[in-house]
Each structure stands twice: as C-alpha cells, then as structure tokens.
Design a protein around this ligand. Sequence first.
Ligand code: AMP
Length: 104
Amino acid sequence: MAEEKTIFELIIEGKIPCDKVFESDEFLAFKDINPKAPIHILIVPKEHFKDFSKIPPELMAKMTSFIHELCAFLDIKEFKLLTNCGKKAGQEVFHLHFHLLSGF
Ligand code: AMP
C-alpha cells in the first residue's frame, strides 16, 4: 500500500497553498508557516525523498546551487541552514527539506 503523501508533496502538487519565495524545475522554496526566525524559509526537492539520507549526491549538488541562488535573490549573507533527519532528530514532515533561518 502506498504511503500517505506528506503536506509538502501536496504543496508541490499545488493541492495545498504555500507562500512561495523561489522556484525552479526541480526545487521549491516557501515560507515556514510557524517561523522560528524573522526569515524562515523551507527548501524542498520536487522529487520525493523522505529525508537527507535518501537524496542522490548529484541532486544534492543541484539543491546546493538552488540554495545559493535563493540567498542571492533574497540578498541573505548570514543564515542558518539545517535539516532534521529522522524522528528522533526532530523531523516532523517526512519529505526532505532544509530550513533557512535569517534576519536575526
Ligand atoms: P521538521 O520538524 O524539520 O520536519 O520541520 C517541519 C516544518 O514544517 C516546521 O517548521 C513547520 O512549521 C513547517 N510546516 C508544517 N506545515 C507547513 C505548511 N503547510 N506550510 C509551511 N510550513 C509548514
């Protein structure tokens, strides 16, 4: 039986709205609904990976470029970038995402 889709997959499919910040063919960046910093953006690949341990390194390299472009677009030079990998590490949504926190 297929696993239930995560909220981020539904956002990527356009079935649930989000506050979109930046997008490419392969990645999407949108504002966190419960921000923990003045700027709190989530970055996701459009392809589904449950966490950081599953993304192929070649795609991770492209994601890195996307995050660099996002920071340039927002003119953010100082920030925290983190991903929670696994329930015990605090992951709540099981579709890979990076938190970009800034504006402190
Ligand atoms: P994590 O604990 O790393 O899985 O983080 C999940 C993050 O997703 C939390 O910071 C939530 O505030 C955020 N979140 C949950 N639902 C939504 C949503 N519909 N739109 C934007 N952010 C969300």
